[in-house]
Design a protein around this ligand. Structure first.
Ligand SMILES: NC(=O)c1ccc[n+]([C@@H]2O[C@H](COP(=O)([O-])OP(=O)(O)OC[C@H]3O[C@@H](n4cnc5c(N)ncnc54)[C@H](OP(=O)(O)O)[C@@H]3O)[C@@H](O)[C@H]2O)c1
Length: 348
């Protein structure tokens, strides 16, 4: 009797907290950072001239559309040199033109890169490092949602390969450059992994590395959620390693909000269309969707914060599984072993 009453009280307080959070979101009420769900990327970086050092360099994946494009546009406007690894060079050239129309001084460098391919990511990193540029910011933003089971050229399920493995390798191959830049310039380096609130849908027993590489019963939403959970666990483990090395580089994960971009348009079907229609009040615009990334990338308020999860430009809580240090280390070790095996095969 007592236990039942206590559990009902917990349920009630959870419901109340959820209701409060939803109302806060809908009203766009600002959190401790001074920003809320309605803040745009332009707004959160408005005063950046007073705190952003000149000549920063940022690599932004997935900058040819949606949230990544808006992030690149706003960072370029704030004087950051932008490097775009893009699988579609024509789209990347258009994006470069649009950004330079608004910010004629903007320096934008494009590389042809397919994030789902280990060889392509490796080529991009070698090409970028050959330029001899510093690297202050890495935004692991590119992402796909695939309704059908597809495989990358490395024969790995495409969502996991693109959203997680490509970014893992990118981070690994660029990390020393970021640490070196930060120690030479005394400017803190920042890595941002784009995740999603959907990471919390993943149950512990459904998070199996082998299954994610080659799933038996494919479900697009599950694969997407697993890849977004992996993005947070990756940020947590790299943050731990960077702290242990006393490196001046931070890494955080962000949920950008639900934004009607190409990735959402991939969820076709009457049920999803109706759900999005009903939930349209909860959708963010693209400028609002890019705000948390830009805030974490540039704000002095996030200085020194690492291994955290942000939404609506404020630190937030991720699921218990996403906060599990052992799970993060296990995933990192499994990924490292896989990538090193495959890279060795590539060069052998
Ligand atoms: N939109 C949302 O509601 C939402 C919610 C939570 C999290 N997110 C996350 O936010 C991030 C950005 O998503 P978005 O909504 O802006 O999606 P989007 O508009 O579909 O943009 C995705 C970007 O990723 C690029 N990309 C995909 N596969 C690639 C590959 N193999 N190699 C190189 N680039 C590749 C795309 O390039 P192309 O232009 O060549 O297609 C595009 O630039 C994703 O990580 C997503 O998971 C989005």
């Amino acid at each position: 009797m007592y236990i039942r009453a206590a559990s009902l009280a917990v349920q009630d307080s959870k419901k109340a907290a959820l209701m409060k959070a939803t109302l806060k979101y809908l009203a766009g009420i600002a959190g401790p950072s001074g920003y809320g769900s309605k803040a745009t990327a332009d707004e959160v970086t408005e005063d950046s001239a007073s705190f952003v050092p000149p000549c920063l360099t940022a690599i932004i994946t997935g900058a040819t559309s949606g949230i990544g494009f808006e992030t690149a546009r706003v960072l370029a406007k704030r004087g950051v040199r932008i490097v775009i690894p893009a699988r579609n060079l024509k789209k990347a050239a258009e994006v470069k033109g649009i950004i330079q129309q608004e910010s004629p001084e903007a320096e934008i460098i494009v590389f042809e890169t397919d994030l789902s391919s280990f060889a392509s990511v490796k080529r991009f990193c070698a090409g970028f490092l050959d330029l001899g540029l510093p690297l202050n910011i890495l935004i692991n933003n590119a992402g796909i949602f695939s309704q059908n089971l597809e495989f990358s050229e490395d024969k790995i399920e495409m969502t996991f390969a693109t959203n997680y493995l490509g970014h893992y390798l990118l981070t690994e191959l660029l990390l020393e450059k970021m640490i070196e830049t930060a120690s030479e310039t005394r400017i803190q380096g920042r890595i941002i992994n784009l995740s999603s609130v959907i990471h919390s849908w993943v149950k512990r027993d459904a998070f199996c590395f082998k299954q994610m590489l080659n799933p038996k019963n494919y479900d697009g939403t599950r694969a997407y959620a697993q890849s977004k959970l992996a993005n947070i666990l990756h940020a947590k483990e790299i943050a731990r390693q960077l702290k242990a090395r006393n490196a001046r580089v931070t890494i955080n994960a962000v949920h950008p909000g639900i934004v009607k971009t190409g990735i959402i348009r991939a969820h076709k079907g009457i049920i999803t269309d109706s759900l999005f229609f009903i939930a349209s009040k909860l959708l963010k615009s693209i400028p609002q969707g890019a705000s948390t990334t830009c805030y974490v990338a540039l704000s002095p308020q996030t200085d020194g914060m690492s291994g955290k999860y942000f939404e609506d430009c404020n630190e937030s809580t991720c699921s218990a599984l996403a906060s599990d240090e052992c799970e993060a280390q296990k995933l990192w070790r499994q990924t490292r072993a896989l990538i090193h095996r495959r890279l060795y095969q590539l060069t052998a």
